[in-house]
Write a protein that binds this ligand. Structure first.
Ligand SMILES: [Zn+2]
Length: 70
């Protein structure tokens, strides 16, 4: 039996680019160094301009904190 968790950590999310308003998709994800494996850091990259946005989410995809790197 295959259990699909499409929304785990919000990996399917698309964010709005804060720079140009385009679609930003998940480019990289890693466990959070301080909060442990219940949280992960995600880097979204805008498809249009390449601007990157970092955020921390929990396993349910709820944003813990959202930080723009620029
Ligand atoms: Zn952009």
């Amino acid at each position: 039996m295959i259990i699909d968790h499409p929304n785990t950590y919000g990996a399917q999310d698309r964010l709005t680019c804060g720079h140009c308003g385009g679609d930003a998709m998940l480019a990289r994800r890693s466990p959070h160094p301080d909060l442990g494996d219940k949280y992960e850091i995600q880097i979204f990259r805008c498809l249009a301009c390449g601007d990157e946005k970092h955020r921390t989410v929990d396993a349910a995809g709820q944003t813990y904190e959202s930080v723009s790197c620029q």
